[in-house]
Design a protein around this ligand. Structure first.
Ligand SMILES: *Cc1c(COP(=O)(O)O)cnc(C)c1O
Length: 363
């Protein structure tokens, strides 16, 4: 289908006042308050994608038998719009999110959305709600595209025949308001996030539903975040919560390879490229918890950090498992971690040259 969708625009007559918006933007937190509008596009077997619209942000009315409530046929994306020094607004690598959205859709037996339509939907929402893009240093507008199965009925022998794609947006504070803080992590040997053949590489809500219990256990163990290990041996490091991990051996970076059980982070991919720019060696490989501990004890493994859109780059300070615990370096953020963070944030906010054409101007 090559027919371009055109968006019907219905502006919010009850949009919040300037004063109300300023109050939210003064301390936005994360994912708490949403802008005045949202995007919806429907899909059916017969019509494909249709009914594209921008409308006032508000609740949905869905039949209780709607498929997504019962069988979790759902996926989502996450990216940010950044205010530049000259006041313009950009998104970071939105086509990479569009491509990943479709990889997730294929795995979940859901329809793919043309990449152009995905990016156009983000542009329309951000342009309409541009005053919600913060100007405060380090703050941004978090964009949450997602898709749900909307057919009503409990039959399980086929995927839904109807879907809705939506985008909502929420102003976000810098993850670290008081400087970059290292996190403590819990090695989850009791639970697994993903197994070969499963949905680990897809950005679907079910992966998160299955993760909350382990995350709660991590907190009970006095840690900030859960680290996921492979499903067979509970030895090979995969991810940390909703972020990918990097291990720094002096000037060599190693990140777990994309085996199908890891989420292919766009921040991860960007850091693999940026590391080369900074004269570091970066490779995808395999790292076990034994190598992690021994490397920290010998001093060969100098830094560990996690990365993702929400918190960008987060140092890992301490590691705890059922029968072991250790500190990474001296437990404070290392120079490679901080350098990569500064470089990436610099490109996103327009303080550094965008040599890889990652920045996509919206308005
Ligand atoms: C979204 C996500 C990431 C990070 O992806 P980015 O594109 O870098 O934001 C990593 N792991 C999981 C499980 C995720 O859901």
């Amino acid at each position: 289908m090559t027919t371009q969708l055109s968006f019907d625009v219905q502006l919010n007559q009850q949009a919040r006042t300037v004063a109300e918006r300023e109050q939210v933007l003064a301390s936005p937190g994360f994912g708490q308050t949403f802008t005045d509008h949202m995007i919806s596009i429907d899909w059916t077997d017969e019509r494909g994608w249709h009914g594209a619209r921008l409308e006032p942000y508000g609740p949905l009315l869905l039949d209780p038998a709607t498929s997504v409530f019962h069988y979790a046929q759902e996926l989502f994306e996450g990216l940010k719009a950044y205010r530049q020094p000259n006041g313009s607004i950009v998104a970071f690598r939105p086509y990479a999110n569009a491509a990943r959205f479709n990889t997730s859709a294929a795995r979940m037996a859901m329809p793919e959305l043309p990449e152009e339509t995905f990016v156009e939907s983000l542009e329309l929402l951000v342009r309409t709600d541009k005053d919600w893009v913060p100007s405060t240093e380090g703050h941004s507008l978090y964009l949450r595209p997602f898709m749900i199965a909307t057919q009503a009925g409990l039959g399980v022998n086929h995927p839904s025949r109807n879907y809705r794609y939506m985008v909502i947006a929420s102003p976000a504070a810098s993850y670290f308001s008081g400087g970059v803080q290292p996190v403590s992590v819990w090695l989850s040997t009791e639970y697994t996030r993903a197994a070969p053949g499963g949905t680990g590489f897809a950005k679907c809500g079910g992966n998160y539903a299955a993760a909350f219990l382990a995350q709660r256990q991590a907190v009970e163990e006095g840690c900030d975040q859960v680290v996921w290990l492979d499903a067979f041996e509970h030895r090979w490091v995969e991810e940390m919560g909703g972020m990918n991990l990097f291990f720094v051996f002096g000037d060599r970076l190693v990140t777990p390879a994309l085996t199908g059980t890891l989420l292919p982070g766009i921040t991860r991919d960007s850091i693999l490229t940026l590391a080369g720019d900074l004269g570091l060696k970066a490779e995808e490989g395999k790292i076990s918890i034994e190598e992690w501990q021994a490397g920290c004890e010998s001093g060969e493994l100098t830094e560990v950090f996690a990365c993702g859109t929400a918190a960008v780059v987060t140092p890992v300070g301490t590691v705890k498992g059922a029968d072991r615990s250790w500190t990474v370096g001296d437990g404070t953020p290392g120079p490679v971690t901080l350098k990569l963070r500064e470089e990436l944030v610099g490109i996103q906010f327009g303080a550094r040259p965008d040599t890889h054409n990652w920045v996509h101007k919206i308005c």
